[in-house]
Design a binder for this molecule. Sequence first.
Ligand code: BGC
Length: 428
Amino acid sequence: MGEDLRFPDGFLFGTAASATQVEGHCAQSDWAAFAREPGRVRGGDTPDDACDQLHRFREDVALQARLCMGAHRLSIEWARVEREPGEFDPATWDHYRDVLGAHRDAGITPMVTVHHVTLPRWVAQRAACSRRICRRSSRASPSAPSRRSATCASSGSPSTSRNMLALQAHLLGVWPPARSSPVEAVRAHQNLFRAHAAMYRAMHEAAGRRGHSISVGVAHHLRVIEPERFGRLADRMWAALFERLFNDAFARAVCDSGLHDFFGVNYYSRDLVRFSAAHARAGFLRRLVPEGAEVSDLGWEIYPEGLGYVLDAWWPRARVPIYITENGIADADDDQRPRFLVRHLAEVARAIERGVDVRGYMHWSLLDGFEWAEGYAPRFGLVEVDRVTQERSPRPSAELYARIARARRIEARRPGAARGAKRGAAPA
Ligand code: BGC
């Protein structure tokens, strides 16, 4: 890095989180029930208390402000808002109004995710009872989310995250409803797009009725996907198939339909894809990291260049402003995060120099939260959370991020390699 890299005026530096992962105290969600089933979540962890943000949001907003954050992506917990079908809880709306107001008062732009992974239990139960695929993936059914989004349209600029849900819940079976069916995963994708289209329209209509302007987009998880062994046709075919289903299907449908005012990119890592007869339940797909590559605490490859590739690939297709809606690392001792942060932000700054219209970067995450099937073990937070006392302690990377956000630039001095960095093992 020869010269300082600068970010344009108005570029938003922020953080991202989802309700279930940080709020706590929502017994009505499908994840609260799922986490209680033996063997579902590592260590038997549950989202019951999470980071107790339900009660501590003002403290967390103050922390974001101290760290010079200009934006925060958060989600609305549907199970809390609509506890029973058609019964919207006024106290919960007041709560979310307070949360959004606290952000605005602190000069932090809230970005609202309408649906982040979880469902109310009653939706999940209905789906399970129906025994019909399209109803089973009623997380993907357009009617209910659009009803809710119409209600919350005035709150901000919602976005939705979809392909990861179809993969984890309907193919790998590690999230509820814990299904392993390629057919169902494809079906879920299609339904999720219908849900997105319905939500997009409902939110614009609701905002229009109130005379509000609103920006509605997607937060789409994109990975760099390559065949593990270029010489093997099966690996090349499976990499292409995974690319098509995971990266392309939903996002292409959104881009082609024009039903998006911005395009959110969730970027974490690269997958080397191997066709594996032993992985029939996962669609014969095995995902690996290159031997010797630096990896996070979760064994995910650290591959910042991939963010640049993804931005270059999707900017011409998206044709709307782009936000990095998630990018982060599980790194409990914070010895990799500073370099991870700088290298990924540098990719964003360079992409902007190349003409890609990136308007903001939301780091995943502000706090150490509930990491779904992995429980609380992975530490994604810029801010460490004590699991017993809930005390928040900013890690060195949080202070580094604050300095970059304040200066709106990355200094030319390259941060050194992480000492004792974790490396990927040779595939078996
Ligand atoms: C999800 C988050 C999750 C993160 C790290 C994202 O795709 O939206 O909920 O915590 O990945 O695993």
